[in-house]
Design a protein around this ligand. Structure first.
Ligand code: HQG
Length: 182
């Protein structure tokens, strides 16, 4: 497994798989992370980790000010409090899904499924790429300002992903394919 994938897995989903514990804000002590990884057969050192943090295409990880702890910026399935402040969305946000999920999404709304939040982006291209991970992509438009008006709280992760607990179906529409240039 690539180091970045390994770190995502451990820091978002299964820290206990290598005997690691995270604090309630999702931080792992770097020395402990290295020790636990090595003990479980994954060779890691500080330099490799710092390299992955610096070069992650989506800036998936953060290191704290003291340089001793790291965490995943979003995508957790385990309950962590990232201590993000609610943010006001100023326009529509986008969510990419697969065509086969669309009917169910319009019935039940967008649900966080195994994660802590529904992930949204401020640009269509990112949403399309996220949708493609699951199959034939469909981009959904989320009327985020109307949701915020109705009391739903939005957050933005340190790497710019918009997060919300759920999106009820009345705030969803399918992006006009022409709008996306397809
Ligand atoms: C779908 C990546 C049926 C939802 C990306 C999605 C993202 C429903 C799937 C991050 C549904 C969950 C998260 C409903 C939601 N009925 N399907 N009612 N509600 N779904 O992977 O947003 O590269 O948990 O549309 O960039 O695809 O890992 O969420 O298709 O930011 O850093 O259920 O993962 O980041 O899939 O991806 P996921 P996601 P990383």
């Amino acid at each position: 497994m690539k180091v970045s994938r390994f770190l995502s897995y451990v820091l978002r989903h299964e820290p206990e798989s290598i005997g690691l514990s995270l604090d309630c804000e999702g931080w792992a002590d770097l020395d402990e992370l290295i020790e636990c990884s090595v003990r479980h057969g994954k060779k890691l050192d500080r330099r490799t980790i710092l390299n992955v943090i610096a070069n992650s295409d989506k800036q998936r990880f953060s290191i704290d000010e003291s340089g001793t702890r790291m965490r995943a910026n979003q995508g957790h399935s385990i309950p962590v409090d990232l201590r993000l402040k609610p943010r006001q969305p100023h326009g529509s946000l986008f969510h990419g899904t697969a065509a086969r999920f669309v009917e169910s999404v319009f019935q039940d709304g967008l649900q966080a499924q195994s994660r802590q939040h529904v992930h949204l982006s401020s640009d269509k291209t990112t949403a399309n790429d996220v949708g493609r991970r699951h199959g034939k992509p469909v981009v959904l438009v989320v009327d985020a300002p109307a949701m915020a008006e109705a009391g739903h709280e939005f957050y933005v992760s340190d790497n710019g992903v918009w997060l919300v607990a759920e999106v009820p179906p009345q705030y969803l529409s399918v992006l006009d394919e022409g709008e996306f240039g397809r």
